[in-house]
Design a binder for this molecule. Structure first.
Ligand SMILES: *Cc1c(COP(=O)(O)O)cnc(C)c1O
Length: 252
């Protein structure tokens, strides 16, 4: 592996190639655009989310110096410490929670993050909306969908998604905004299997949009499968090890 800066540059090149191959132009965003009104531009482009879990604030600072602005974290306590250590950069950074969220940890998340990708129950969304400070812009959220059907995975079952999406979209829009869907596919080296899982999420996304929900975000694709995800319409790819290197521990 090279330095964080050179790794980032390599991932950007991979992403640009994947966008071009998918006929999407090459709009690579460093932060997810905030305007849903730009839905078409958002849908054509892809945001590179740098997944910094298990790496320290110094690594995030190095990625920031190389141009990264959106960071994904899995563990609430670890993330809060990093957000605080990087308070001087707060206005430039977009912090995304991409790990599981228990209801007893929603308050600090509502107060400190910009995005949560892993909402899979109405209760969590209600707490986040109630606890989002009125002084901040709305918290952007994705619903996590269990596309592979693995019993061990979190995420709402596809059959229960439409009802959950309608209920979350109806919560106070000045506090919480439903932007789209997220999935963590079953790991596989089989490109066709990767693509099937990504396509399943995109079809669920399109069905919700056809119902009139104003969604613009498909969070799917990681270091190993970002090309397959971009080919199926990903608007956020979550890339950790290809930027920061191998993780030496997986859990806090
Ligand atoms: C860790 C993690 C990633 C990044 O995975 P890499 O394979 O290191 O790119 C992406 N999404 C989620 C939900 C993760 O937990």
């Amino acid at each position: 592996m090279g330095s964080i800066g050179s790794n980032l540059q390599e991932v950007r090149v991979r992403l640009a190639r994947a966008c071009t191959a998918a006929g999407r132009g090459a709009h690579i965003f460093t932060r997810v655009p905030e305007e849903v009104a730009q839905a078409d531009a958002v849908a054509r482009g892809v945001t590179l989310l740098a997944v910094s879990k298990t790496f320290g604030a110094d690594a995030v600072r190095e990625a920031h110096a190389a141009g990264a602005r959106a960071f994904g974290e899995n563990y609430v306590q670890e993330a809060l410490a990093k957000i605080e250590a990087l308070a001087d950069l707060r206005a430039e950074l977009q912090w995304h929670l991409i790990g599981p969220l228990q209801s007893n940890k929603t308050r600090p998340v509502a107060e400190s993050f910009d995005w949560v990708h892993t909402v899979d129950r109405l209760k969590i969304a209600e707490r986040l909306a109630a606890q989002r400070p009125a002084t901040l812009p709305p918290l952007c959220v994705c619903l996590q969908v269990n596309v592979s059907g693995e019993a061990s995975k979190s995420g709402v079952a596809p059959a229960e998604l439409p009802a959950l999406a309608r209920a979350v979209a109806a919560l106070a829009p000045e506090r919480l905004r439903l932007r789209g869907l997220m999935s963590i596919p079953e790991p596989t080296d089989d490109a066709a299997a990767q693509q099937r899982q990504h396509r399943a999420l995109r079809e669920l996304f399109e069905a919700l949009r056809a119902e009139g929900l104003a969604l613009d975000t498909l969070s799917m694709g990681m270091s190993a499968d970002l090309e397959a995800a971009v080919a199926e319409g990903a608007t956020i790819v979550r890339v950790g090890s290809a930027i920061f290197g191998a993780r030496t521990y997986a859990r806090e």
